[in-house]
Design a protein around this ligand. Structure first.
Ligand code: DC
Length: 230
């Protein structure tokens, strides 16, 4: 069976990361959460006073300090993949609301994108990878053999995010999360540099209608069709 690149793109909280991680586990591929990489850069900016909710992002200073930012992944003892910022495990911190609120304005910066896209492409050189994000099928791996675009309504996505954050003990309110989801959609789809859009050759997966096991079944069927084709 030939090894391929699987690119999974979609809106925030559409369930694409869970789906991508599970697919990678099922087929024995490497999984990379590209959104986590943008979140790690955002955390660096927040910690160094280069970004805050009221003043926005100090683009010039953040770009200057990009060479200091190392983003890597490590396998945690429970088998899950954790994101590290300059060697420190920041997996829990990058999922917090402060980071979610600032990540889209950081992700619009072309220099940030160029640096992270180059790193993402290096991970996929030997194929056998599932990567999820916003521009994986359009900019990172335009030649990916399997591309999936995940769609779900903002209401369903906001509720999913509220449930996730509450399960981690964060006090959040649905209206605030819904506003964050809509604002991120707006920034992600309208930015100049590789905006979120469905690649013309991507398969569409509507996540409002399928259960998790139905999604997996659908993905595995498509995966087998593609890898068994010569
Ligand atoms: O998937 P996520 O919500 O963790 O992504 C966080 C942010 O990073 C999202 O608002 C947009 C940005 N992002 C991006 O611009 N390109 C990617 N490939 C992945 C994420």
């Amino acid at each position: 069976m030939r090894k391929i690149v699987v690119a999974i793109d979609g809106y925030s909280s559409s369930g694409k990361s869970t789906m991508a991680r599970q697919l990678a586990r099922e087929v024995g591929y490497l999984y990379v959460d590209s959104g986590a990489m943008y979140r790690a850069v955002t955390l660096f900016a927040l910690r160094h006073g280069l970004a805050c909710k009221d003043a926005g992002v100090d683009v010039e200073r953040l770009v200057e300090r990009l060479p200091e930012i190392g983003v890597t992944f490590r396998l945690a003892p429970d088998g899950t993949q954790h994101t590290c910022l300059n060697g420190e495990d920041v997996e829990a911190e990058i999922r917090r609301m402060e980071v979610s609120d600032m990540v889209s304005p950081v992700a619009v910066i072309p220099e940030v994108r160029h640096r992270l896209v180059a790193l993402q492409q290096s991970y996929g050189r030997d194929k056998g990878i599932v990567m999820d994000g916003r521009d994986i099928g359009t900019a990172v791996f335009p030649d990916a053999e399997m591309k999936v675009f995940v769609n779900a309504s903002p209401e369903v996505r906001a509720q999913r995010r509220v449930d996730e954050l509450r399960a981690k003990g964060e006090q959040v309110d649905y209206a605030e999360v819904y506003a964050n989801v809509c604002e991120r959609d707006r920034i992600d789809t309208t930015r100049k540099e590789s905006p979120l859009r469905q690649a013309p050759d991507a398969l569409l997966l509507d996540n409002d209608r399928l259960s998790r096991s139905e999604q997996m079944e659908w993905l595995l069927e498509r995966f087998r069709e593609i890898t068994e084709r010569d």
